[in-house]
Design a protein around this ligand. Structure first.
Ligand code: NAI
Ligand code: X2X
Ligand code: MG
Ligand code: MG
Length: 348
């Protein structure tokens, strides 16, 4: 593994140079990879693996929208597309990509087919780390591994098609065959990761749950809403408030951060903006840090996991989520956003 110095801390990273696709293909040439679940990660990982030349089958409930989606993606019923149980029986590597709550209800079915020497693969440390809550305790004679792409399955697929890649973390919970490392790295390369960062199941799920509730999804919406509301309360129009809160960030400034870091983005803004941003960022850090500390504690205590299990195990969880997403979509800020997006010059 390559040793890389990340801001003063040396870490190991698996690179595609040391583990090329050909080696991954060779490692897994006798394996049948069964992708269980065709939601967001399922299609992204399955299609990338198929395009990369691996033997892939899908396990999905018949009579579901996602079964039809799998068919339209070229999976053939009876050949490469099966009911979940049949796919589990056929697979030597089971990629368990149902929702974290779905994994709990299907576990008794999946477990039956985890015979000696197979590998059980997750894209989240959830099921294993919170085993007291999920009941997911794998048999001892199989490998238990994880590849967690650091992004949406939609991005994983799009970036693969663009010839880019989305990096992943990987972990080994159980190495029964002595082949777990080669299997997990090969799968990581196969699903389209360029580089693979080692972790363990617990660190993966704690950081992932914190990140998505925090800056990646929860905190960002919170901070957008707070600034938008203050601008509106002070008489600014919706378009002005949206432009100064979201549109400029996503269209102009975040690409600069992605390219070369925060100081680079700052340096490409006015000296007026730089002065103010350098003065104010610490105030925002100090105001939000207690919330992040509370969040991490809730994650580590398992309370966040439990909330997600409870709500996503209900039979109408999709409808309920959709109601809340609609609330966001219908809020003035995001309605304004919808109009602002149409006015992007490239959309004309
Ligand atoms: N969404 C994403 O891009 C990412 C997801 N992950 C992880 O990957 C795994 C899969 O996540 P997603 O693709 O988001 O899942 P999802 O929420 O889209 O669900 C996947 C599939 O599970 C099915 N399902 C749910 N409950 C079921 C049940 N009780 N019985 C049978 N099928 C059921 C759904 O119909 C869907 O086809 C999870 O562990 C998640 O944490 C990791 C990185 C990113
Ligand atoms: C896309 C991703 O990595 C998330 C936000 O952690 C998730 O979908 O669970
Ligand atoms: Mg994640
Ligand atoms: Mg997540």
């Amino acid at each position: 593994m390559a040793k890389i110095n990340f801001g003063g801390v040396t870490e190991e990273v698996v690179t595609r140079e040391e583990f090329p696709l050909a080696k991954a293909q060779d490692t897994l040439k006798e394996e049948t990879i069964a992708i269980i679940g065709y939601g967001v990660q399922g299609p992204g990982q399955a299609l990338n693996l198929r395009d990369n030349g691996f033997n892939v089958i899908i396990g999905q409930r018949k009579e579901s929208k996602t079964w039809d989606k799998a068919v339209s993606d070229g999976w053939v019923p009876g050949e490469t597309l099966f009911e979940i149980e049949e796919a589990c029986e056929k697979g030597t590597i089971i990629q368990y990509l149902l929702s974290d709550a779905g994994q709990i209800s299907l576990w008794p079915t999946v477990k039956k087919h985890l015979t000696a020497g197979k590998a059980l693969y997750f894209s989240h440390g959830f099921g294993i780390t919170y085993k007291e809550r999920t009941g997911i305790v794998p048999p001892e004679d199989i490998d238990v591994i994880l590849v967690a792409p650091k992004g949406s399955g939609t991005s994983l697929r799009r970036m693969f098609l663009e010839g880019r890649g989305l990096n992943s973390s990987y972990a080994i919970f159980q190495d029964a065959t002595g082949k777990a490392k080669d299997r997990v790295v090969s799968l990581g390369i196969g699903v389209g990761s360029g580089y693979l960062f080692p972790t363990d199941f617990k660190k993966e799920v704690y950081s992932d749950l914190t990140g998505e509730r925090g800056t990646l999804m929860g905190a960002i919406q919170g901070i957008f809403a707070a600034q938008y509301d203050v601008l509106r309360a002070n008489g600014h129009s919706p378009s002005e408030a949206f432009n100064e809160t979201v549109e400029e960030l996503t269209q102009s400034l975040m690409p600069l951060v992605a390219e070369n870091g925060m100081d680079w983005m700052y340096a490409n803004c006015s000296t007026t903006a730089q002065r103010g941003a350098l003065d104010w960022w610490k105030k925002f850090r100090d105001a939000s840090k207690p919330v992040f500390e509370e969040l991490y504690k809730e994650v580590a205590a398992g309370n966040e996991a439990q909330r997600s299990i409870d709500s996503n195990s209900k039979s109408d969880y999709r409808e309920k989520l959709e109601v809340e997403l609609k609330e966001l979509r219908d809020s003035e800020m995001w309605q304004a956003g919808s109009e602002v997006r149409k006015l992007r010059p490239e959309n004309n």
